[in-house]
Design a protein. Structure first.
Lengths: 153, 388
């Protein structure tokens, strides 16, 4: 019935690599965003005056009207939980010792996906206010993990 | 065939550079904004968007077409990304052309972007895995190898010297000195400089090859009735062609690009061109390597086999010659951000035919131009003919 399929034989194979390494530039917008995160501990967005939209993280263009954005604004470090999930297993299939909470936190008209901590997973509510907890300035490197996590206000 | 006439009505591009600070998306946005501004349109006027970018591995983002979409204003619009390797930059305007020619859309934005510098340590790495994994990859081939083999075959078949082929690189890099977006323009470069540059894989030397680059280009296509409202200088897409050769490069005649011939004949027939050597006034053949420009000119039927070099030796290829070749400066001079480089050639024909090419302007009043690119597994030919 399956002339070419022998379930107990492995096909003869050949091993190879498909290596890819990258060195990304932050970009015009992200460089500004991450410098502010690292050096000032603030979250920056850009405002489109035509569409009245506040992009967080800031971008150099409005995706709706495609105009160039130059109005950079610091947004409040407090946002609302738009949605969340609780992670129980690692990528390799092993169980986590502690579950991890990941949330989408609404800031302006955008927001960040980040960790939630200092709260029991069972107590997380959609719509609750959470605040960014920053690493101390000397430990920040210009990375999204310069924000350690968000915690309930 | 019931196809509508399609015009290019606007064009814009970023600087071509070795390593851009911008993200791929920001590069695409800047070219898009420049193209829209050039014809005073807003993104709301655009009906659909065609985007071209080469392998995802260059930008380093899987699903790169989708990632780039907001930078080109695709939000809420019909959008498609095409990829035919190095041929992408001349294929994506063909795709845009049939979006409009078919009657489906009146105004289509066409964008091509590449950020090769993300791939580290060198974008050549993206090509290490394009070869057959059992018969070829154990030998660790790369593209320089392959083109060295092809160049040697081409030189041996027709008895062409390295000194003569170096003239191609010299002319293109000198032309590029007049292009404000160029990476490697050099008014003073000589044949001796090319012959003295380091040997990478004989007979290919450093200055025989185009540079790794970052950049983006965008054009706006319009149906005839819309084009005439936007501009009094529409440049028409009169013929398009594309064709695929065998996927296995050793099954090919390495001295002659059949894939370009088939694509060119399709485009000439559509454009009603019977005598290309008389009717084409500007040629922008794909020139990632200097010998490749010659190869492609022959495939485009603009020279007999083995004779394209004469266009350079007798001065025809210069801007004031009988058949100006790569007046932009080509990939060898302006740079080679893969998909963007091909669309740069389309933008160059647009500016040349409108008389807006500034220091690069071809004298007289050129009526028709041809642009061509080549790619996939070194097997696709893509051709566009444009006219006033």
């Amino acid at each position: 019935m399956y002339p070419f399929h022998h379930p107990f034989d492995r096909p003869v194979h050949y091993e190879g690599l498909f290596p890819v390494t990258n060195r990304y530039t932050y970009g015009i917008a992200s460089e500004k965003f991450f410098r502010a995160l690292k050096e000032e501990g603030i979250i920056l967005g850009t405002h489109c005056p035509h569409c009245d939209k506040l992009y967080v993280p800031g971008t150099i263009f409005c995706e709706t009207c495609l105009s160039e954005l130059e109005d950079w604004r610091a947004v409040d470090n407090v946002g609302r939980v738009d949605t969340f999930t609780v992670l129980y297993k690692n990528l390799d299939g092993t169980y986590r010792t502690e579950p991890e909470i990941v949330a989408f936190i609404r800031l302006g008209d955008g927001g960040l996906v980040h960790r939630l901590a200092e709260i029991d997973p069972k107590s997380v509510l959609i719509g609750m206010q959470v605040a960014a907890v920053f690493k101390p300035p000397e430990e920040r490197t210009g990375n999204i993990l310069d924000i350690r996590y968000f915690k309930p206000v | 065939m019931g196809l509508r006439k399609v015009a290019v009505v606007g064009a814009g591009m970023t600087q071509f550079v070795r390593r851009a600070q911008e993200t791929p998306k920001e590069l695409a946005f800047k070219a898009t904004r420049a193209a829209l501004d050039s014809c005073e349109l807003s993104i709301q006027d655009i009906d659909a968007i065609c985007l071209g970018t080469a392998p995802d591995t260059f930008d380093g983002i899987h699903m790169n077409g989708e990632y780039l979409s907001d930078g080109v204003g695709a939000l809420g619009k019909p959008y498609i990304r095409s990829y035919v390797g190095g041929g992408t930059g001349v294929f994506v305007p063909i795709q845009g052309w049939y979006h409009v020619a078919s009657g489906l859309f009146d105004l289509v934005l066409v964008v091509a972007e590449e950020k090769m510098s993300s791939y580290y340590p060198h974008p050549q790495g993206a090509f290490l895995t394009i070869f057959d994994h059992t018969t070829e990859r154990p030998l660790k081939p790369n593209l320089l190898w392959i083109f060295a083999l092809e160049m040697n075959r081409y030189m041996a078949t027709y008895g062409i010297s390295k000194e003569d082929i170096a003239q191609v690189s010299v002319l293109h890099k000198r032309n590029a000195a007049d292009h404000p977006a160029a990476l490697l323009g050099d008014k003073k470069i000589t044949v001796q400089d090319v012959l003295n540059s380091e040997v990478l894989a004989w007979p290919v030397q450093r200055l025989d090859v185009s540079p790794v680059s970052d950049g983006a280009v965008a054009i706006v296509l319009a149906a005839e009735h819309v084009a005439r409202r936007i501009t009094d200088k529409p440049i028409w897409i009169e013929g398009v062609g594309w064709s695929l050769d065998t996927a296995y490069w050793t099954n090919r005649d390495l001295a002659y690009p059949r894939y370009v011939e088939v694509a060119a004949k399709m485009a000439y027939e559509m454009a009603g061109i019977k005598e290309p050597r008389k009717e084409i006034h500007i040629a922008e053949p794909y020139d990632p390597f200097d010998y490749k420009a010659l190869h492609h000119l022959e495939g485009l039927q603009l020279a007999d086999r083995g004779k394209a070099i004469e266009l350079y030796l007798n001065g025809s290829a210069k801007r004031d010659g009988n058949l100006p070749i790569c007046p932009s400066g080509g990939l060898l001079g302006v740079g080679n951000p893969i998909a963007a480089a091909g669309l740069m050639k389309i933008a160059e024909l647009f500016w040349q035919l409108r008389g807006e090419a500034d220091g690069r302007q071809i004298p007289g009043s050129p009526q028709k131009g041809i642009a061509q690119a080549w790619g996939d597994l070194m097997q696709v030919g893509t051709v566009v003919i444009m006219g006033k």
